[in-house]
Design a protein around this ligand. Structure first.
Ligand code: NAP
Ligand code: MG
Length: 488
């Protein structure tokens, strides 16, 4: 390898020459309108807001702010498409459209990955290798189910609900849109979807794909805006189902506001996962899993392994190896293929993370941050470890949604199960051990929707995902993901 590709720096670490993904081929409009009834239409009040790149702080585009009247138009378009076209269409015909959308996502995967990294700040390695392929796979997978619902639920004669209002967060913008839209279409429902305000661009590109795919007008409507727009979708009387992914606070508000209506609801909310490493675990693999679980994607993952529990006998060795590995992480330009940790999604989110880092120090936990340099412009955070954290610390109890890991040690299985479960959340967990029986024991007792064993953050469209307790209810993905969009 030539010297320009990688060299040793003064600390003896490898440094790599920049390898940015080309973004010259990306065409963004100056302004994006609302996708309603198969057309891009101007917002009623003519208001737009800016979306930025969190890594450069540059404005990327203006997007429309949908007000109540626009939401009403979108719901009407969805209702009309549902009654006149979509619910009557033979399921195998519906499936063809969903397959087509999947293929078009694949064809435009490079463009979508670059835009995802520009608008949201996640490393191109993640958007290219995880977000975009998984988004296409969700459409492929659910296309396959569209004409097989009677086999999925034998003897139960499932039928569609009508119009689904779907609201998604900023951490997996395209993937969350796919998680929501694909099962809704496969089950014969129509959709009004709102992406998060900081990451609207890939959802709007998906709107272009949907328009090009020839999907009948109004079957999918994509409207941008703030929390108010989301609330207007939730509260619209002609919406039959609400699917929400986001914070527990907003999830609770939504649940309150639909109480007393016959709207169906699924909530995928926050998390504070325990990643548990036993003395008999393969330590190097576990270190890699811990890093993947909390530092890749900046900890912007609802199921991030943000609490680490290490069995006492291996704690010193594991922490030493973890710190060494953290020192090798490259923080910076999300479009660079070498980058491990990209930009924090917004200034507000960075402020929140920094607030928690200060809090952790004040609470008495020991702070360790990797010594890497971070870019002067943009919103970045060093991979951060808190040693000697305790159950009562807020950094242990509350979701930070950043690259911050709180570490505790344990002696016995009973102790770690008690500690892992003693939290309001229950989305996911990780277990690292050589013993299969220990894994089964743990999976039965951990109150978490997903438990990964000797791996972390693995996703597949065939596998259901969802939470316990304040992490929400309902499942997305797999056969289970069809149910919230059907009545029996
Ligand atoms: P958020 O603030 O709850 O926002 C989520 C979405 O809801 C955004 O589109 C937001 O619009 C909208 N919204 C805000 N207020 C609303 C209201 N009153 N009524 C209806 N919609 C409203 O969450 P976030 O900060 O974007 O995302 C991070 C959270 O999502 C974390 O807690 C994370 O754990 C969770 N998450 C969970 C899962 C899961 O599957 N369980 C997956 C990913 C993320 P604006 O963008 O305009 O505010
Ligand atoms: Mg943005």
């Amino acid at each position: 390898m030539s010297k320009t590709e990688h060299t040793l720096d003064l600390m003896g670490n490898w440094t790599y020459a920049p390898a940015p993904e080309d973004s010259k081929h990306i065409k963004l409009n100056k302004k994006y309108d609302l996708f309603i009834g198969g057309k891009f239409v101007k917002p009623g009040k003519g208001k737009y807001f800016d979306t930025f790149s969190p890594s450069t702080e540059e404005k990327l585009a203006e997007v429309a702010e949908a007000e109540e009247k626009d939401v009403d138009l979108a719901v009407k378009a969805a209702r009309n498409a549902y009654e006149k076209v979509w619910k009557k269409m033979p399921a195998k015909e519906r499936a063809k459209y969903i397959f087509r959308i999947a293929r078009m996502i694949q064809e435009r995967s490079r463009e979508l990955a670059v835009i995802e990294s520009m608008d949201g700040g996640k490393p191109i390695r993640e958007s290219r290798d995880i977000d975009v392929p998984l988004a296409a796979n969700h459409f492929f997978y659910y296309a396959g189910w569209a004409d097989k619902l009677e086999y999925a639920f034998p003897g139960r004669n499932p039928t569609s609900l009508g119009v689904a209002g779907q609201i998604i967060p900023w951490n997996f913008p395209l993937l969350m849109a796919a998680w929501k839209i694909a099962p809704a279409l496969a089950t014969g429902n129509t959709v009004v979807l709102k992406p998060a305000e900081t990451t609207p661009l890939t959802a709007l590109k998906l709107a272009e794909i949907i328009q090009e795919s020839g999907l009948p007008d109004g079957v999918v409507n994509i409207i941008t805006g703030f929390g108010k727009t989301g609330a207007a979708i939730v509260n619209h009387p002609d919406v039959n189902k609400v699917a929400f992914t986001g914070s527990t606070d907003v999830g609770k508000l939504i649940q309150k506001s639909i109480a007393g209506t016959d709207k169906k609801i699924t909530l995928e909310l926050g998390g504070k996962a325990a990643n548990i490493v036993f003395e008999d675990a393969p330590i190097d693999q576990a270190v890699e899993g811990i890093v993947n679980g909390i530092f890749f994607n900046q900890g912007h993952v609802c199921c991030a392994g943000s609490r680490l529990f290490v069995q006492e006998g291996i704690a010193n060795e594991l922490i030493r190896k973890l710190k060494d590995r953290m020192e090798t992480l490259i923080v910076g330009n999300p479009l660079d293929k070498n980058t491990d940790v990209g930009a924090i999604n917004s200034k507000e989110q960075l402020d929140k993370i920094n607030h928690y880092i200060k809090l952790g120090v004040n609470e008495g936990a020991d702070l360790f941050q990797s010594s890497c340099a971070i870019p002067k412009k943009g919103y970045f955070c060093k991979p951060t470890l808190f040693l000697h954290a305790s159950q009562s610390h807020r950094i242990v109890q509350e979701e930070i949604f950043g690259p911050v890991l709180a570490v505790q040690t344990f002696r016995t299985i009973e102790e770690v199960i008690e500690k892992a479960n003693n939290i309001p959340y229950g989305l996911s967990a990780g277990v690292w051990t050589d013993k299969g029986s220990k894994i089964f024991n743990m999976t039965g007792k951990l109150r978490a929707g997903v438990v990964w064993a000797n791996t972390y953050n693995k996703f597949d469209p065939t596998s259901p995902f969802g939470g316990y307790k304040e992490s929400g209810f309902g499942r997305e993905g797999g056969l289970h993901g069809l149910m919230p969009y059907l009545k029996f």
